[in-house]
Design a protein around this ligand. Structure first.
Ligand code: ADE
Length: 417
């Protein structure tokens, strides 16, 4: 068996069924895998990954191995790791994995160290922890480039670029259109609602549902909550986004007002203490709080703890905070990203697009690293379009092309009629 640090290799059979099920709904990645198998474009390239250890991620790892790469995987969140999937990757596919569900902070970082010990040439990150650790420990010398999956990580790396400390180029996979318009919107939209339902078994219809942040994730969550009959309120700090939310038909108001009205609160901003002490102090008795952003910083958990006289876990992902003033607030999934903690993350059909981007970004780095500077890049639009075309093809959907006459019209400026 390959090197690993996992819960139990005997779980591999269940994990393998999940990996195959997910893979059968990831046709674009499947196509890329078949192409990779033929030409082995990443032969011998060492790739270190820090991603959610799910059946969808497993399919990305298998695809990169099919391209000839040596891949090493650690988790990007202790609570999203599926131990059976990790076991199958190790036992059935010979891919080293360092991840166990529910591990503590020390074990989490030890796993990232184990990935770095293999001196990766390419890093794949979700949230930026692996890349940040490589930088902190000055272990970037072998790394030619990296990718980043999520908004939070891209924000971190742009800050590193601005401060002149980024040691290698990063492809912001998150910023491909075939990523954020689909994964962030439809993936987070569906899986966040899925997480809330699995955690609480509560009715969404008729509830007041507060979404903080109207980026692509917030939009998806708001759209799906409305679709289930909730009365949705948006809180925002960006005037353009707030205006968009108004014109999309949502109520927009400051969090301090929304706090008094909400039955459910979901944060999706990527920023700290969006739900702070003053907000917690005026929430209705029985309000449900959760977070869909990458890190568990959006709800001020310390303030919540300080307001409480007792905390009781009443369902696997629900903690009742009984406050000194007699109210009870319910926190889901410890304030960690609810879609991966209480549900299974985004469905494979949409991770197909995100991980097609990851696979092609790894190849892009390998083929272009000599031309890339220590900056944050997006993938070229041709790759984005290729992925969209492939997805449409697998969905059996045909669409139109410009005629020569239309192309000419769009590229000329002399006459308007
Ligand atoms: N991020 C969101 N959903 C995911 C999934 N299913 N697998 C890996 N990363 C994810």
């Amino acid at each position: 068996m390959v090197e690993s640090k996992i819960r139990d290799p005997n779980l591999h059979k269940e994990g393998n069924k999940k990996i195959r099920w997910a893979g059968s709904h990831m046709p674009v990645l499947q196509q890329i895998r078949e192409d990779f198998e033929k030409i082995q474009p990443l032969k011998g390239v060492r790739i270190g990954a820090c991603l959610h250890v799910t059946s969808e991620t497993a399919n990305l790892m298998i695809t990169l191995k099919a391209a000839g790469a040596e891949v090493y995987l650690a988790a990007s969140n202790p609570l999203s790791t599926k131990d059976d999937v990790a076991a199958s990757l190790v036992v059935d596919y010979g891919i080293p994995v360092f991840a166990t569900h529910g591990e503590d902070r020390d074990s989490y970082y030890d796993n990232l160290e184990r990935v770095l010990a293999h001196q990766p040439q390419i890093t794949l990150d979700d949230g930026g922890d692996l890349t940040a650790l490589a930088h902190k420990e000055h272990r970037t010398e072998t790394i030619l480039g990296g990718t980043e999956e999520t908004t939070t990580g891209v924000i971190r790396f742009r800050a590193m670029e601005r401060d002149g400390v980024l040691a290698y180029p990063i492809i912001a996979v998150n910023d491909s259109k075939t990523k954020y318009l689909f994964d962030n919107r439809y993936g987070t939209g569906q899986s966040t609602i899925d997480g809330i339902l699995r955690a609480t078994n509560r009715l969404i219809a008729g509830s007041v549902f507060v979404v903080s942040g109207y980026g692509w994730c917030g939009r998806g969550i708001a759209m799906r909550a409305r679709g289930m009959g909730a009365r949705v309120i948006i809180t925002e700090v960006d005037p353009i986004r707030a205006l968009e939310a108004v014109m999309d038909g949502f109520e927009v108001m400051p969090i301090r007002e929304a706090a008094r009205r909400g039955d459910f609160f979901v944060t999706a901003t990527g920023d700290i203490h969006v739900i702070d002490r003053e907000t917690l102090e005026v929430m209705k008795d029985g309000a449900v709080l959760c977070n869909a952003g990458h890190f568990n910083v959006e709800i001020n958990l310390e303030a919540l703890q300080n307001l409480a006289e007792e905390v009781e876990r009443i369902r696997p992902n629900v903690e009742a905070y009984r406050l000194k003033d007699g109210r009870t607030l319910y926190l889901l999934g410890e304030g960690r990203l609810i879609n991966l903690v209480a549900a299974e993350g985004h469905p494979p059909d949409v991770m197909d697009l995100s991980f097609a981007n990851q696979a092609l970004a790894a190849l892009y780095i390998w083929e272009h690293h000599q031309e890339l500077e220590k900056k944050v890049y997006t993938l070229p639009p041709e790759i984005d379009e290729r992925i969209a075309r492939l997805k449409l093809q697998t969905l059996g959907i045909e669409f139109d092309e410009l005629t020569e006459e239309q192309k000419h019209y769009l590229s000329s400026w002399e006459e308007g009629t």
